[in-house]
Write a protein that binds this ligand. Structure first.
Ligand code: MEV
Length: 438
Protein backbone atom coordinates (compact mmCIF):
# COMPACT_ATOMS: atom_id res chain seq x y z
CA UNK A 1 0.00 0.00 0.00
CA UNK A 2 1.30 3.45 -0.84
CA UNK A 3 1.85 5.63 2.20
CA UNK A 4 1.55 9.43 2.17
CA UNK A 5 5.08 10.46 2.99
CA UNK A 6 5.39 14.05 4.12
CA UNK A 7 8.52 15.74 2.81
CA UNK A 8 10.02 19.04 3.85
CA UNK A 9 8.34 19.20 7.28
CA UNK A 10 11.55 20.27 8.96
CA UNK A 11 11.92 23.17 6.53
CA UNK A 12 8.54 24.69 7.43
CA UNK A 13 8.48 27.59 9.88
CA UNK A 14 7.37 26.87 13.42
CA UNK A 15 3.95 28.45 12.77
CA UNK A 16 3.49 26.43 9.58
CA UNK A 17 4.35 23.22 11.44
CA UNK A 18 1.98 24.09 14.26
CA UNK A 19 -0.85 24.85 11.83
CA UNK A 20 -0.23 21.65 9.93
CA UNK A 21 -0.39 19.60 13.13
CA UNK A 22 -3.41 21.49 14.47
CA UNK A 23 -5.22 20.64 11.23
CA UNK A 24 -4.86 16.92 12.07
CA UNK A 25 -6.70 17.38 15.37
CA UNK A 26 -10.45 17.28 15.99
CA UNK A 27 -10.73 21.02 16.68
CA UNK A 28 -7.82 22.84 14.99
CA UNK A 29 -8.65 26.18 16.58
CA UNK A 30 -8.70 24.79 20.12
CA UNK A 31 -5.57 22.76 19.38
CA UNK A 32 -3.76 25.87 18.14
CA UNK A 33 -4.77 27.83 21.23
CA UNK A 34 -3.67 25.00 23.52
CA UNK A 35 -0.30 24.66 21.86
CA UNK A 36 0.29 28.41 21.80
CA UNK A 37 -0.73 28.73 25.44
CA UNK A 38 2.30 26.62 26.33
CA UNK A 39 4.74 28.91 24.56
CA UNK A 40 7.02 30.75 26.93
CA UNK A 41 6.09 34.46 27.25
CA UNK A 42 9.72 35.55 26.74
CA UNK A 43 10.67 35.14 23.10
CA UNK A 44 14.35 34.57 23.94
CA UNK A 45 13.60 31.72 26.34
CA UNK A 46 11.18 30.17 23.86
CA UNK A 47 13.85 30.35 21.14
CA UNK A 48 16.19 28.45 23.47
CA UNK A 49 13.61 25.69 23.90
CA UNK A 50 12.84 25.65 20.17
CA UNK A 51 16.49 24.93 19.56
CA UNK A 52 17.02 22.19 22.15
CA UNK A 53 15.60 19.67 19.72
CA UNK A 54 13.97 19.66 16.31
CA UNK A 55 10.56 20.40 14.80
CA UNK A 56 9.51 22.13 18.03
CA UNK A 57 5.98 23.52 17.93
CA UNK A 58 5.29 24.04 21.64
CA UNK A 59 6.46 22.96 25.12
CA UNK A 60 5.26 20.14 27.33
CA UNK A 61 5.09 20.96 31.05
CA UNK A 62 6.02 18.68 33.94
CA UNK A 63 5.72 19.68 37.60
CA UNK A 64 8.89 20.81 39.37
CA UNK A 65 8.83 20.03 43.11
CA UNK A 66 11.18 19.89 46.06
CA UNK A 67 12.13 17.18 48.54
CA UNK A 68 13.42 19.10 51.57
CA UNK A 69 15.46 17.76 54.52
CA UNK A 70 17.71 15.51 52.47
CA UNK A 71 20.70 15.02 54.77
CA UNK A 72 23.66 13.39 53.02
CA UNK A 73 26.99 12.86 54.80
CA UNK A 74 26.01 15.61 57.24
CA UNK A 75 25.08 18.18 54.55
CA UNK A 76 21.46 19.27 54.15
CA UNK A 77 19.93 19.64 50.67
CA UNK A 78 16.63 20.78 49.18
CA UNK A 79 16.43 18.47 46.19
CA UNK A 80 14.56 19.50 43.04
CA UNK A 81 12.54 16.77 41.33
CA UNK A 82 10.71 16.86 38.00
CA UNK A 83 8.02 14.19 37.80
CA UNK A 84 4.40 13.93 36.77
CA UNK A 85 3.45 11.00 39.03
CA UNK A 86 1.64 11.91 42.23
CA UNK A 87 3.11 10.74 45.56
CA UNK A 88 6.72 10.31 44.36
CA UNK A 89 7.93 13.65 45.74
CA UNK A 90 5.88 13.18 48.91
CA UNK A 91 7.45 9.73 49.35
CA UNK A 92 10.99 11.08 48.88
CA UNK A 93 10.27 13.96 51.27
CA UNK A 94 8.81 11.67 53.95
CA UNK A 95 11.70 9.30 53.71
CA UNK A 96 14.23 12.15 53.79
CA UNK A 97 12.67 13.56 56.96
CA UNK A 98 12.50 10.13 58.59
CA UNK A 99 16.21 9.49 57.89
CA UNK A 100 17.33 13.06 58.69
CA UNK A 101 16.17 12.35 62.25
CA UNK A 102 18.40 9.27 62.28
CA UNK A 103 21.65 10.79 61.02
CA UNK A 104 20.66 11.03 57.36
CA UNK A 105 21.93 9.20 54.31
CA UNK A 106 25.51 8.10 53.81
CA UNK A 107 27.16 7.93 50.44
CA UNK A 108 30.38 7.38 48.56
CA UNK A 109 31.48 7.40 44.96
CA UNK A 110 33.01 3.96 44.44
CA UNK A 111 34.56 4.64 41.02
CA UNK A 112 34.47 7.38 38.41
CA UNK A 113 35.42 6.06 34.98
CA UNK A 114 33.43 6.31 31.72
CA UNK A 115 34.17 4.23 28.66
CA UNK A 116 33.69 4.01 24.93
CA UNK A 117 34.66 1.72 22.07
CA UNK A 118 35.74 1.74 18.47
CA UNK A 119 34.11 -1.44 17.12
CA UNK A 120 35.94 -2.87 14.12
CA UNK A 121 36.56 -6.00 12.11
CA UNK A 122 40.02 -7.33 11.27
CA UNK A 123 40.66 -10.39 9.18
CA UNK A 124 44.26 -10.93 10.28
CA UNK A 125 45.72 -12.48 13.43
CA UNK A 126 45.08 -10.53 16.66
CA UNK A 127 48.75 -10.76 17.68
CA UNK A 128 49.83 -8.85 14.60
CA UNK A 129 47.53 -6.02 15.62
CA UNK A 130 48.61 -5.98 19.25
CA UNK A 131 52.36 -6.34 18.57
CA UNK A 132 52.70 -2.64 17.85
CA UNK A 133 50.04 -1.43 20.27
CA UNK A 134 52.37 0.89 22.22
CA UNK A 135 53.18 2.75 18.98
CA UNK A 136 49.52 2.80 18.01
CA UNK A 137 48.44 4.18 21.39
CA UNK A 138 51.06 6.95 21.21
CA UNK A 139 49.82 7.92 17.75
CA UNK A 140 46.18 7.85 18.79
CA UNK A 141 46.75 9.97 21.88
CA UNK A 142 48.63 12.50 19.74
CA UNK A 143 45.66 12.77 17.39
CA UNK A 144 43.33 13.84 20.22
CA UNK A 145 45.79 16.17 22.00
CA UNK A 146 43.81 19.27 21.04
CA UNK A 147 40.49 17.71 22.09
CA UNK A 148 41.80 16.44 25.43
CA UNK A 149 43.88 19.51 26.44
CA UNK A 150 41.01 21.31 28.23
CA UNK A 151 39.79 18.17 29.96
CA UNK A 152 43.33 17.42 31.12
CA UNK A 153 43.60 20.91 32.57
CA UNK A 154 40.48 20.12 34.62
CA UNK A 155 42.14 16.93 35.88
CA UNK A 156 40.42 14.49 33.50
CA UNK A 157 41.15 13.05 30.08
CA UNK A 158 41.90 9.67 28.55
CA UNK A 159 42.83 7.17 31.25
CA UNK A 160 43.83 4.24 29.08
CA UNK A 161 43.01 2.14 26.06
CA UNK A 162 43.25 -1.49 25.05
CA UNK A 163 42.53 -3.74 22.13
CA UNK A 164 40.00 -6.43 22.94
CA UNK A 165 39.56 -9.66 21.03
CA UNK A 166 35.82 -10.21 20.58
CA UNK A 167 36.17 -12.71 17.73
CA UNK A 168 34.79 -15.52 19.91
CA UNK A 169 31.46 -13.60 19.90
CA UNK A 170 31.34 -12.50 16.25
CA UNK A 171 33.76 -13.45 13.46
CA UNK A 172 36.62 -10.95 13.04
CA UNK A 173 35.15 -8.62 15.67
CA UNK A 174 37.55 -6.51 17.79
CA UNK A 175 37.36 -3.38 19.89
CA UNK A 176 39.53 -0.51 20.85
CA UNK A 177 38.13 0.12 24.31
CA UNK A 178 38.97 3.44 25.95
CA UNK A 179 38.52 4.70 29.52
CA UNK A 180 37.85 8.34 30.27
CA UNK A 181 37.58 10.72 33.19
CA UNK A 182 35.22 13.48 32.08
CA UNK A 183 35.25 15.35 35.40
CA UNK A 184 31.99 17.27 35.95
CA UNK A 185 30.60 16.75 32.47
CA UNK A 186 28.63 13.68 31.49
CA UNK A 187 31.14 13.67 28.65
CA UNK A 188 29.24 12.17 25.73
CA UNK A 189 30.49 14.71 23.17
CA UNK A 190 34.05 14.59 24.49
CA UNK A 191 34.14 10.78 24.41
CA UNK A 192 32.54 10.49 20.97
CA UNK A 193 34.87 13.11 19.47
CA UNK A 194 37.91 11.25 20.84
CA UNK A 195 36.61 7.89 19.62
CA UNK A 196 35.96 9.11 16.07
CA UNK A 197 39.51 10.45 15.96
CA UNK A 198 40.81 7.08 17.24
CA UNK A 199 38.80 5.28 14.57
CA UNK A 200 40.44 7.39 11.85
CA UNK A 201 43.85 6.77 13.45
CA UNK A 202 43.25 3.04 13.63
CA UNK A 203 42.28 2.91 9.96
CA UNK A 204 45.33 4.88 8.96
CA UNK A 205 47.58 2.65 11.07
CA UNK A 206 46.23 -0.52 9.47
CA UNK A 207 46.68 0.91 5.98
CA UNK A 208 50.19 2.26 6.48
CA UNK A 209 52.01 -0.16 8.78
CA UNK A 210 54.01 -2.44 6.50
CA UNK A 211 53.46 -5.60 8.60
CA UNK A 212 49.66 -5.17 8.50
CA UNK A 213 49.28 -4.77 4.75
CA UNK A 214 47.92 -8.22 3.81
CA UNK A 215 44.90 -7.84 6.07
CA UNK A 216 41.88 -5.58 6.20
CA UNK A 217 40.62 -3.47 9.10
CA UNK A 218 37.11 -2.08 8.82
CA UNK A 219 35.75 0.36 11.39
CA UNK A 220 32.10 -0.43 12.09
CA UNK A 221 31.31 2.36 14.56
CA UNK A 222 32.70 4.52 17.35
CA UNK A 223 30.53 5.41 20.32
CA UNK A 224 30.60 5.90 24.07
CA UNK A 225 29.01 3.21 26.18
CA UNK A 226 26.10 4.26 28.34
CA UNK A 227 26.89 1.22 30.47
CA UNK A 228 29.19 2.66 33.12
CA UNK A 229 29.88 -0.10 35.67
CA UNK A 230 33.05 1.74 36.68
CA UNK A 231 31.17 4.95 37.46
CA UNK A 232 29.53 3.62 40.60
CA UNK A 233 27.88 5.24 43.57
CA UNK A 234 26.83 3.62 46.85
CA UNK A 235 24.31 5.19 49.22
CA UNK A 236 22.93 3.75 52.41
CA UNK A 237 21.00 4.31 55.63
CA UNK A 238 21.53 2.60 58.95
CA UNK A 239 19.97 2.60 62.38
CA UNK A 240 19.14 0.35 65.32
CA UNK A 241 16.23 -1.95 64.56
CA UNK A 242 14.45 -0.55 67.62
CA UNK A 243 14.21 2.83 65.89
CA UNK A 244 11.37 1.40 63.78
CA UNK A 245 9.15 0.83 66.82
CA UNK A 246 6.74 3.60 65.84
CA UNK A 247 7.01 3.29 62.06
CA UNK A 248 3.41 2.07 61.82
CA UNK A 249 0.89 1.43 64.60
CA UNK A 250 0.06 -1.98 63.15
CA UNK A 251 3.51 -3.54 63.42
CA UNK A 252 6.45 -4.03 65.79
CA UNK A 253 9.97 -2.94 64.81
CA UNK A 254 11.11 -6.57 64.54
CA UNK A 255 8.19 -7.59 62.31
CA UNK A 256 8.66 -4.51 60.16
CA UNK A 257 12.35 -5.16 59.43
CA UNK A 258 11.68 -8.87 58.87
CA UNK A 259 9.01 -8.10 56.28
CA UNK A 260 11.14 -5.34 54.77
CA UNK A 261 14.10 -7.73 54.42
CA UNK A 262 11.85 -10.32 52.79
CA UNK A 263 10.56 -7.69 50.34
CA UNK A 264 14.14 -6.80 49.38
CA UNK A 265 15.01 -10.46 48.94
CA UNK A 266 11.91 -11.08 46.82
CA UNK A 267 13.21 -8.40 44.43
CA UNK A 268 16.45 -10.42 44.23
CA UNK A 269 14.74 -13.64 43.16
CA UNK A 270 11.60 -12.63 41.27
CA UNK A 271 11.91 -10.57 38.09
CA UNK A 272 8.28 -9.39 38.32
CA UNK A 273 9.00 -7.74 41.62
CA UNK A 274 12.58 -6.70 40.71
CA UNK A 275 11.43 -4.52 37.81
CA UNK A 276 8.84 -2.71 39.94
CA UNK A 277 11.30 -2.37 42.84
CA UNK A 278 13.84 -0.75 40.50
CA UNK A 279 11.20 1.35 38.78
CA UNK A 280 10.47 2.92 42.18
CA UNK A 281 14.19 3.70 42.59
CA UNK A 282 14.29 5.37 39.18
CA UNK A 283 11.19 7.41 40.06
CA UNK A 284 13.54 9.39 42.29
CA UNK A 285 16.73 9.23 40.23
CA UNK A 286 15.06 10.22 36.96
CA UNK A 287 13.26 13.10 38.66
CA UNK A 288 16.60 14.53 39.85
CA UNK A 289 18.20 13.83 36.46
CA UNK A 290 15.41 15.74 34.72
CA UNK A 291 15.51 18.65 37.16
CA UNK A 292 19.25 19.05 36.58
CA UNK A 293 19.17 18.67 32.78
CA UNK A 294 20.67 15.17 32.70
CA UNK A 295 20.02 12.27 30.36
CA UNK A 296 17.69 9.98 32.30
CA UNK A 297 17.51 7.42 29.45
CA UNK A 298 21.25 6.82 29.70
CA UNK A 299 21.03 6.53 33.48
CA UNK A 300 18.12 4.06 33.30
CA UNK A 301 19.71 1.91 30.59
CA UNK A 302 22.92 1.63 32.58
CA UNK A 303 21.10 0.92 35.84
CA UNK A 304 19.01 -1.87 34.35
CA UNK A 305 22.04 -3.47 32.68
CA UNK A 306 23.83 -3.32 36.06
CA UNK A 307 20.78 -4.94 37.69
CA UNK A 308 21.25 -7.86 35.27
CA UNK A 309 25.05 -8.08 35.57
CA UNK A 310 24.94 -11.53 37.14
CA UNK A 311 22.96 -12.94 34.25
CA UNK A 312 19.56 -12.39 35.81
CA UNK A 313 17.70 -9.16 36.51
CA UNK A 314 17.59 -8.31 40.24
CA UNK A 315 16.56 -5.57 42.65
CA UNK A 316 19.27 -2.95 43.04
CA UNK A 317 19.23 -2.64 46.83
CA UNK A 318 20.87 -4.73 49.56
CA UNK A 319 19.95 -5.22 53.18
CA UNK A 320 21.74 -6.45 56.29
CA UNK A 321 20.20 -6.87 59.74
CA UNK A 322 23.32 -7.98 61.61
CA UNK A 323 23.91 -7.03 65.27
CA UNK A 324 20.46 -5.50 65.56
CA UNK A 325 21.36 -2.87 62.99
CA UNK A 326 19.26 -2.09 59.92
CA UNK A 327 21.63 -1.33 57.06
CA UNK A 328 20.03 -0.66 53.70
CA UNK A 329 22.00 0.30 50.61
CA UNK A 330 21.75 1.04 46.92
CA UNK A 331 24.73 0.68 44.60
CA UNK A 332 24.44 1.54 40.93
CA UNK A 333 26.24 3.14 37.99
CA UNK A 334 25.27 6.76 37.56
CA UNK A 335 26.89 8.85 34.87
CA UNK A 336 25.64 12.35 35.45
CA UNK A 337 27.00 15.84 34.77
CA UNK A 338 26.89 19.30 36.28
CA UNK A 339 28.52 21.15 33.40
CA UNK A 340 27.87 21.04 29.66
CA UNK A 341 24.77 19.85 27.83
CA UNK A 342 21.52 21.29 29.12
CA UNK A 343 22.86 21.78 32.64
CA UNK A 344 23.64 25.45 32.05
CA UNK A 345 21.40 26.10 29.03
CA UNK A 346 18.06 25.12 30.55
CA UNK A 347 17.18 27.94 32.97
CA UNK A 348 15.48 25.52 35.38
CA UNK A 349 18.36 23.04 35.26
CA UNK A 350 20.71 25.91 36.13
CA UNK A 351 18.41 26.95 38.95
CA UNK A 352 18.35 23.36 40.26
CA UNK A 353 22.13 23.21 40.35
CA UNK A 354 22.22 26.58 42.12
CA UNK A 355 19.71 25.28 44.65
CA UNK A 356 21.97 22.28 45.24
CA UNK A 357 24.85 24.76 45.77
CA UNK A 358 26.64 23.98 42.53
CA UNK A 359 27.53 20.34 43.15
CA UNK A 360 30.32 18.46 41.38
CA UNK A 361 29.30 15.50 39.24
CA UNK A 362 30.38 13.19 42.07
CA UNK A 363 28.18 15.06 44.54
CA UNK A 364 25.21 14.96 42.18
CA UNK A 365 25.68 11.20 41.69
CA UNK A 366 25.25 10.84 45.45
CA UNK A 367 22.24 13.17 45.66
CA UNK A 368 20.40 11.41 42.82
CA UNK A 369 21.12 7.94 44.21
CA UNK A 370 19.99 9.05 47.68
CA UNK A 371 16.64 10.17 46.27
CA UNK A 372 16.35 6.77 44.55
CA UNK A 373 16.93 5.02 47.86
CA UNK A 374 14.58 7.43 49.66
CA UNK A 375 11.77 6.64 47.22
CA UNK A 376 12.40 2.92 47.44
CA UNK A 377 12.46 2.98 51.25
CA UNK A 378 9.11 4.78 51.32
CA UNK A 379 7.61 2.37 48.79
CA UNK A 380 8.71 -0.73 50.73
CA UNK A 381 7.61 0.83 54.00
CA UNK A 382 4.09 1.32 52.63
CA UNK A 383 3.98 -1.98 50.76
CA UNK A 384 4.96 -4.00 53.83
CA UNK A 385 2.58 -2.19 56.17
CA UNK A 386 -0.70 -0.65 55.00
CA UNK A 387 -0.20 -1.01 51.26
CA UNK A 388 0.53 1.55 48.60
CA UNK A 389 -2.96 2.60 47.56
CA UNK A 390 -4.03 4.45 50.67
CA UNK A 391 -1.27 7.06 50.47
CA UNK A 392 -1.09 7.03 46.70
CA UNK A 393 -4.80 7.67 46.21
CA UNK A 394 -4.71 10.47 48.80
CA UNK A 395 -1.96 12.13 46.75
CA UNK A 396 -3.86 11.38 43.56
CA UNK A 397 -7.05 13.00 44.93
CA UNK A 398 -6.36 16.39 43.33
CA UNK A 399 -5.89 14.77 39.93
CA UNK A 400 -9.25 13.02 40.25
CA UNK A 401 -10.92 16.25 41.40
CA UNK A 402 -9.42 18.00 38.36
CA UNK A 403 -10.91 15.33 36.10
CA UNK A 404 -14.32 16.37 37.52
CA UNK A 405 -13.45 20.10 37.13
CA UNK A 406 -13.88 20.65 40.87
CA UNK A 407 -13.78 24.25 42.08
CA UNK A 408 -11.32 25.39 44.78
CA UNK A 409 -14.18 25.30 47.29
CA UNK A 410 -15.15 21.73 46.31
CA UNK A 411 -11.49 20.69 46.47
CA UNK A 412 -11.07 22.06 49.97
CA UNK A 413 -14.17 20.17 51.18
CA UNK A 414 -13.07 17.00 49.41
CA UNK A 415 -9.57 17.09 50.86
CA UNK A 416 -11.09 17.40 54.35
CA UNK A 417 -13.62 14.62 53.70
CA UNK A 418 -11.06 12.19 52.27
CA UNK A 419 -8.77 12.56 55.25
CA UNK A 420 -11.15 10.06 56.83
CA UNK A 421 -12.45 8.15 53.80
CA UNK A 422 -10.95 5.88 51.18
CA UNK A 423 -10.21 7.63 47.88
CA UNK A 424 -11.45 6.12 44.64
CA UNK A 425 -12.87 7.58 41.41
CA UNK A 426 -16.34 6.38 42.40
CA UNK A 427 -16.07 7.83 45.93
CA UNK A 428 -14.96 11.22 44.56
CA UNK A 429 -17.72 11.15 41.95
CA UNK A 430 -20.32 10.36 44.63
CA UNK A 431 -18.94 13.05 46.94
CA UNK A 432 -19.08 15.75 44.27
CA UNK A 433 -22.53 14.67 43.03
CA UNK A 434 -24.00 14.90 46.50
CA UNK A 435 -22.25 18.24 47.11
CA UNK A 436 -23.48 19.66 43.83
CA UNK A 437 -27.05 18.42 44.49
CA UNK A 438 -27.24 20.17 47.82
C1 MEV B 1 5.22 3.42 41.70
O1 MEV B 1 5.56 4.41 40.77
C2 MEV B 1 6.46 2.78 42.27
C3 MEV B 1 6.24 1.61 43.20
O2 MEV B 1 5.44 0.62 42.55
C4 MEV B 1 7.59 1.06 43.55
C5 MEV B 1 7.57 -0.25 44.29
O3 MEV B 1 6.62 -1.01 44.18
O4 MEV B 1 8.60 -0.51 44.98
C6 MEV B 1 5.49 2.04 44.43
Amino acid sequence: MKKNILTGFSRLTKIQKLDLIAAQLPDPEVATDTMRSFWHPHAGTQRLFDEFSENTITNYFFPYGIAPNVLINGKMYMVPMVIEESSVIAAAANSAKFWAEKGGFHSEVVSFIKNGQVHFTWDGPFEVLTAEFATLERRLRKRTATITANMEQRGGGVLGMELIDMSHKLPNYYQLSVKFDTRDSMGANFINSCLEEYAAGLREYAENMPGLAPWKLDVIMSILSNYTPECLVKVWVESDISSFSSIDPSISAEDFVRKFEMAVNIAKVDVNRAVTHNKGIFNGIDAVALATGNDFRAIEASGHAWAAREGKYQGLTDISLENNRFNYSLTLPLSIGTVGGLTSLHPMARLSLDLLKDPSAKELMQIAAVIGLANNFSALKSLTTRGIQLGHMKMHLLNILNVYSATDYEKALAVEHFKHHKVSHKAVDDFLTSLRNQ
